[in-house]
Design a protein around this ligand. Sequence first.
Ligand SMILES: [Ca+2]
Ligand SMILES: [Ca+2]
Ligand SMILES: [Ca+2]
Ligand SMILES: [Ca+2]
Length: 348
Amino acid sequence: MPDRTMRWQVLLFIYIISLTSVLGQVSYSIPEEMAKGSLIGNIAQDLGLDRKRLTSGNARIFTGDSAEYIELNRERGVLLIKEKIDREALCAQTTPCALHFQVILENPMEFYTVIVEIKDINDNTPMFEKSDMKFKISESAVIGAKFLLERAIDPDVGLNSLQSYFLTKTDNFALKLKDQPDGEKIVEMVLQKSLDREKQEEIFLVLTAVDGGQPNLSGTAQIHVTVLDVNDNAPVFTKTIYKAAISENSPKGTVITRVSASDADKGSNSKISYSISNAAADVRNMFEINEINGDLISKSNAWLSYKLQKATDRALFEVGLQNGEIRTIRQVNDKDASLLTCGGGQLP
Ligand SMILES: [Ca+2]
Ligand SMILES: [Ca+2]
Ligand SMILES: [Ca+2]
Ligand SMILES: [Ca+2]
């Protein structure tokens, strides 16, 4: 229908209305989503009209240009659902949601106003647009650090719409909801206990959004937290004292013992290299260590006769280990030494 013709019809309608007295008004209240053909109300009875008058007066519904959801059955004198009504599609977040239309009769012309309120039913589950949220959080993140979570959407209104969120029970995070002026909520996860990658590298949580319908409906989203490593662990030796024997005529390059340390961190934070430090020059001349595998190797064969003057044929040494480094090696004054000892701990 051309716009112009329609405009004329509307103007004509308004003109007719102005000439015709409004004889009555009737209101109904129905839930959305009623099946096609369902009864809304007995309009003949409610307007005090004879059913024959509906037929003789060629009673009909005038809705303006809005879609026709409702039909008038003249023979039965009732209003019926013509098209299933989806409140969400019709009114979105507007409340109350109502259809306004007129019932018009001819000979003589009569005009009645009908209001059908469409009540919300809880036919939408809260849904997350992104049902999988991923976070990479350093284990050094400070207490109180906030992480914004996705919001859920529930197109219903009132109690049938979104009411609250819940997070899987976790020591590390607490859920914080902040009300916005538009009625929406900001959903945050707040760190309340320090993360420790060495204890738990992956944390899986479930965020649940619930509405307040009867019964209520809920939707969930997965939260996957990967805890990033920080170098917060020093290497630790597998033993506090390493003991090994070596004879004085051992050739240069003899492996005296192997020291071994481990580091609880990850990747380059756990890579260990061995070195001898803080040792006197003569000790450095006597020993070397394989920085990769921890082999303590005799560097010369001259040191034995030099260092073991006071011993019989063997000597006792202590090796100080600290933070993955061999800090000190010193000879222990024990003439009856039977072992070469690499001692652990923090030696003076
Ligand atoms: Ca609804
Ligand atoms: Ca709902
Ligand atoms: Ca480390
Ligand atoms: Ca770490």
